[in-house]
Design a protein around this ligand. Structure first.
Ligand SMILES: O=C[C@H](O)COP(=O)(O)O
Length: 254
């Protein structure tokens, strides 16, 4: 089964209501490949989710940037998976490196969140990736495998999971991974899934790349055999996000 190209836009903690409306207008007017070719998901901050969901074109979807690890209740400041389901938000990003690093989210905590969100019916973009120090120490694959294992230990059905490989050193730095560097990790990760989960999950799970993707580098990255799309930060707030969505065409013509 072919893996449909996936382009996610993570708006992180950015934007005013006016700016959000402008971005949505730009997306709504864009000519992009059809839904058969590319799945597009944008992830505004929580407070803008209802606005974006109600105004965004119907062939694009929305994602939350996080959710609580279990059922809601006395957890001040958190938003539960049930609330996202209640608002018809189909996707959630979990385990982003900014949350792992700044909010001390461990592999196990992220694994628990992924399992709980899936059990509530959400689709999950699960982020993994090594720091520069870990890459330079030669432990990239150990780090990525440990992060993925914590998910695999808790999840049996992978059909609603997209893995985002985001090397921390490439996020927001302008230092994009080379196409060969991205392909190498994606290939290793797919082999890890084949060995530790199943051949079917390895063949069908989309592994997308994130870290300084832009309109200029997206085609070459997207042309790599095991790169099934992108999770885009900074450039997802700009009109060049449309060019990144169009990079899906490289797979169609491959
Ligand atoms: O979730 C997106 C990633 O953190 C990438 O961010 P960036 O495209 O700004 O490097």
């Amino acid at each position: 089964m072919a893996r449909k190209f996936f382009v996610g836009g993570n708006w992180k903690c950015n934007g005013t209501a006016e700016e959000v409306k402008k971005i949505v207008n730009t997306l709504n007017e864009a000519q992009v490949p059809s839904q058969d070719v590319v799945e597009v998901v944008v992830s505004p901050p929580y407070v803008f989710l209802p606005l974006v969901k109600s105004t965004l074109r119907s062939d694009f979807y929305v994602a939350a940037q996080n959710c609580w690890v279990k059922k809601g209740g006395a957890f001040t400041g958190e938003v539960s998976a049930e609330m996202l389901v209640n608002l018809d938000i189909p996707w959630v990003i979990l385990g982003h490196s900014e949350r792992r690093a700044l909010l001390n989210e461990s592999n196990e905590f992220v694994g628990d969140k992924v399992a709980y969100a899936l059990a509530q019916g959400l689709k999950v973009i699960a982020c993994v990736g090594e720091t520069l120090e870990q890459r330079e120490a030669g432990s990239t694959m150990d780090v990525v495998a440990a992060q993925t294992k914590a998910i695999a230990d808790r999840v049996s059905n992978w059909s609603n999971v997209v893995i985002a490989y985001e090397p921390v050193w490439a996020i927001g730095t302008g230092k994009v991974a080379s196409p060969a560097q991205a392909q190498e990790v994606h290939d290793e990760l797919r082999k890890w899934l084949a060995k530790n989960v199943s051949d079917d999950v390895a063949a069908t799970t989309r592994i997308i790349y994130g870290g300084s993707v832009n309109g200029g580098n997206c085609k070459e990255l997207g042309g790599q055999a095991d790169v099934d799309g992108f999770l885009v930060g900074g450039a997802s707030l700009k009109p060049e996000f449309i060019d990144i969505i169009k990079a899906a065409e490289v797979k169609k013509s491959a």
